[in-house]
Design a protein around this ligand. Sequence first.
Ligand code: S3P
Length: 428
Amino acid sequence: MRGVFIKPVTNLKGEIRVPGDKSISHRAALFGGMAYGETHISNFLLGQDCLSTLRCLKQLGVPWERQEKEVWIRSEGMDAWQEPIDVLDAGNSGTTLRLMLGALAGSPFTVTMNGDESLRSRPMRRVTDPLKQMGARIMGRREGNLAPLTMMGGQLQGQSFRTPVASAQIKSAILLAGLRASGETSVEEPALSRDHTERMLRGFGVDVQSNQTIVRVHGGGRLTGQAVSVPGDISSAAFFLVLGSLVGQGEIILPDVGINPTRTGILDVLKGMGADIELFNVEEVCGEPRATIRVRPAKLKGIEIAGDMIPRLIDEIPILAVAACLAEGETVIRDAAELRVKETDRISTVVGGLNALGAKVEELPDGLRIQGQTSLYGGQANSLGDHRLAMAWAIAGMLSKEGVSVEDMAAADVSFPDFLAVIKKVAG
Ligand code: S3P
């Protein structure tokens, strides 16, 4: 297959409406399916991942309709969910697989969940072990670590867990199971991961108590259908924050982007590198803050990123690595071993991809060391089926000397279906 050639650009101007937040779209669909009554979702992300969540709900007998980015779900709660007659396919989506397992753990039926080649290689024991401890029976390859996974749900007992990594998917799966368990379920994380589940469950009427890195729910919590307006995805905006910072001239405006503090590490780090980023029209809608973001070109310098900052920007590291290549001085990213179990091993795929374009990036066991320089040469890059790599390589192409030919650019559809059309528009 021929790659998509992305030309260098020197000048950009325009307004970009990034698509709806992926994490929030998944949760709005899933919680709408778990709730009693009608849920209306606006600005739902039409990426392949969130469509997988909607498809799984349909197989469980949850009625929904969709018109463009609006979704209506009319559910009678989880007791009305039916045993699916076929395997539930989560596609490329870890969030679909892990959150669905948590939600389904208290259902009195058997369900098998599977995914694509990438998802079938990602670790699931981090979720299946706690769910088993609560009472679910789960089988899968490597002692329940790899999909396909078959779960026989049933009676669950609330438990207290300490997770070894800060992961919103682990936290959410346990909390969703906890809603159908006896007594209290709590999760303590080593650092705070994104808290969309906690915020949205409260919006659906569930009592969720949280204190820094500990969250608690009680069994029997009932969800009531809601109207959910999904903000733009800061993880999608991140590509334009980097592009707008490093392009020669111009200005990019990104309206209605979610700025939940558990997700804004990219803003803090880019500003720490010297970026010219300003926020306007800050408001809170459906329990989630959002703002218009303006970015203008600036000289960036290298930075050190580690510790509690990592979960606040974990999905943005591929595009931050592109920024670091074009910044002055060295950037070091540590404590990010979780990157190895994302859609690809994003430590080794980022190192391989960027070095092939002329960068100087060294692989660390838990991160990257990047020597900043004043240009990226360009060449060939392959997304390897990873949506965030596809988009990072395209932005690298726009900022390179010779352009970049991106193999499997279509992978971007997982989280940003119109990505190519949007970059064409801003590049004029
Ligand atoms: C997500 C949580 C993060 C993130 C993923 C989406 C979510 O994964 O990387 O893209 O929606 O809960 P982990 O929870 O595994 O860190």
